[in-house]
Ligand binder design. Structure first.
Ligand code: ADP
Length: 424
């Protein structure tokens, strides 16, 4: 199998967002958790997104992990690799965007790398090299106070130059508006001057398409899901990828019992649980007993096992803000959160051992704990249940199973039923 596109994402949620964007644009896409093993058996796909957690780690480590991911992707024929960063360019003068870009550029022998975090549909635009978040420049946005990567300069040419060993140029909007040939000429001019990377302006979706066309002719680019969208559209429009249609994989059915786990205490999830009570049995866990080791996981399994043959079940630790605050006051926030996440992971592991093959998890951290425990190396991204929440088909896992992993606030009031309808 030859990949049309390889992606290295510097965090998990960014990777999911990109994988979902590529799928909606018609690319069959697998998202992996970390750099996969060499023997991971991939289905026939167009793109792989390797999810790393390298945004805020030491730059040397980010470089070595990204290079390992790059090698894995190139080894599967990826002619182009996108280094996926945050659309708000989260980084510091120590990195990690510049050092990773420099290393991948050196490995791939790239001339001038196109760089843009623009993603107009989410309000990220770049003009004259300056990143805007909605209506304000980056350095006036809430990112100026980010705890790990405070962004005090909206001029990305300067920001990237401070992190990179190469000089940084600019491809401005006027050039992008003139089309792909004008961008190619400008890039050649910059490369001729020894400039190794260029911030490229983008304000509208059509700018991303122009950028994608040119970037796809190169070996490396750097940006957010916006340039991913541009690359995907370019690969489809030039016939390098035969579009799978905007729905991703819809036909897959694994059968087997279904279960839902909710660890999110968000307003949306609480409403979704209340609505699910009308259509499936729901067990509310006792969070105090979880933390004090009262055998809640076993109680949940004893409750679930006889019911699974009849239809889906839902097990929830979720509670109202008052109850959460009281529990945290008694046990400490981190200790409470961690204990509940691990119990959810225990329950998920035992449910899968009991034959569950369709698993829906509500809560970002909760999902992370469950996926880690199930040791799932990757997912083929399928049809969207709700905006940003696709059906996932496990790849290289011990059991053939479908999952849906939902951030607390995502999805409509009938989310659990909506998911089950699409996960057959
Ligand atoms: P979200 O996506 O809504 O942020 P997460 O799963 O990321 O959901 O975070 C929810 C956190 O709350 C987790 O750490 C989870 O273990 C914890 N939690 C779940 N139930 C309770 C509860 N009843 N009381 C306190 N904390 C809880």
């Amino acid at each position: 199998m030859t990949l049309a596109l390889g992606c290295i994402a510097d965090d998990y949620t960014g990777a999911s967002d990109l994988a979902n964007t590529l799928t909606r644009a018609g690319l069959r896409t697998v998202q992996t958790i970390g750099v996969p093993a060499d023997d991971l058996a991939l289905p026939e796909v167009d793109a792989v997104v390797v999810s790393l957690k390298s945004r805020s780690i030491e730059a040397g480590l980010a470089v070595s992990r990204s290079r390992a991911a790059d090698q894995w992707l190139r080894g599967r024929g990826a002619g182009h690799v996108l280094f996926k960063i945050c659309s708000t360019f989260d980084s510091t003068d120590a990195g990690n965007i510049g050092p990773v870009m420099d290393a991948l550029r050196a490995d791939g022998g790239e001339g001038a790398v196109l760089v843009t975090p623009a993603f107009p549909e989410t309000g990220r635009t770049v003009y004259q090299g300056n990143l805007f978040v909605g209506a304000v420049p980056l350095n006036e946005s809430p990112l100026k106070d980010h705890p790990l990567n405070p962004m005090h300069d909206s001029n990305l040419v300067r920001v990237l130059a401070r992190q990179s060993r190469t000089q940084i140029g600019l491809v401005d909007l006027a050039t992008v508006t003139r089309g792909a040939d004008a961008v190619r000429a400008r890039l050649a001019e910059l490369a001729g001057k020894g400039i190794g990377a260029a911030i490229i302006d983008a304000v509208f979706d059509r700018d991303l398409e122009t950028i994608g066309l040119v970037a796809a002719e190169h070996r490396l680019s750097v940006g957010a899901s916006g340039i991913g969208l541009g690359l995907a559209r370019a690969l489809v429009s030039t016939g390098k990828v035969k579009s799978a249609g905007a729905n991703g994989e819809t036909g897959i059915a694994v059968g087997g019992p279904a279960a839902c786990l909710a660890g999110s205490c968000s307003q949306a999830t609480l409403q979704q649980i209340a609505n699910a009570e009308r259509v499936m049995p729901v067990l509310h866990l006792d969070p105090d007993r979880i933390i004090t080791g009262g055998g809640e996981a076993q109680r949940a399994l004893d409750w679930a096992r006889p019911r699974l043959a009849e239809g889906p079940v839902l097990i929830a630790s979720s509670a109202t803000p008052d109850q959460v605050a009281a529990l945290q006051a008694r046990h400490g926030r981190d200790a409470a959160g961690h204990a509940i996440e691990q119990t959810m992971a225990d329950i998920a592991e035992s449910l899968v051992k009991s034959g569950v093959r369709r698993l829906i998890v509500a809560g970002g951290e909760t999902s992370g704990a469950v996926v880690d425990r199930l040791k799932i190396p990757g997912f083929l991204v399928g049809v969207e249940i709700a905006a940003g929440v696709p059906v996932l088909h496990a790849v290289g896992a011990q059991a053939d199973m479908l999952l849906a992993l939902k951030s607390g606030n995502f999805g409509g009031a009938e989310f659990f039923s909506d998911a089950l309808r699409l996960m057959r």
